[in-house]
Design a protein around this ligand. Sequence first.
Ligand SMILES: [Fe+2]
Ligand SMILES: [Fe+2]
Length: 258
Amino acid sequence: MKILFIGDIVGAPGREAVKKLLPGLKKEFALDFAIANAENAAGGSGVTLKVVEELFAAGLDVLTSGDHIWKKKEIFEFINGEGRLLRPLNFPTGAPGRGWGLFKAKNTPVGVINVNGRVFMEALDCPFRTSRQAQEELSEDAKIIIVDIHAEATSEKVALGWYLDGKVSAVLGTHTHIQTADEKILPNGTAYITDVGMTGAYDSVIGRRVEDVLERFLTAVPVRFEVAEGNVQLHAVVLDIEENSGKARSIIRIQKKL
Ligand SMILES: [Fe+2]
Ligand SMILES: [Fe+2]
């Protein structure tokens, strides 16, 4: 089973990269399933129904998210009705939407779990215990389980990789928007990377206009961050997973220029 996971899609340039590059990636890697983190897909922060529909139409099967999921108000109108869009599962009870789901690729069940870190981030429920719980429920129906750990601290992501090693097919980091070079298969068969990277403009500060972010750093005054446009790239990983065991055979990093 070949699964693509695309790192945080930032704004219109990121969506354009997905639309233009995904068909080629599907052919090149004989992909069976495609997941992307979409938390920054609408104007650089949050998602709208239109953007979500656009990304599914582009060929993505499941969208994950993160701390920016609630930024566009209309999310509350549609997230309960769209099971293919996940929000971090460790928001406290009562938050709308779902943090994990069971899907199908080539008639094979695929579980996807989305969880936020809480080091240098909002204090949510425990990402370790909640993702283990979701894994246990999904494991009743699926061998293949992909986890998006949306977190700031590398240590927290690395630790979750070890915690879920052998229990899920992959633990993939998002949120920091910088692809890390530590992709590996852990001893018990779980693919791991600390950050998949970003899909958007790379002449930027993690997808936003350099001038805006610099002004914020230089003055510490709130500044509106516009989405940057130059040097658009799609960053992702391709997983090859053994279907009977759910163990990963390989994880390959991808960086494609638009
Ligand atoms: Fe992000
Ligand atoms: Fe984030």
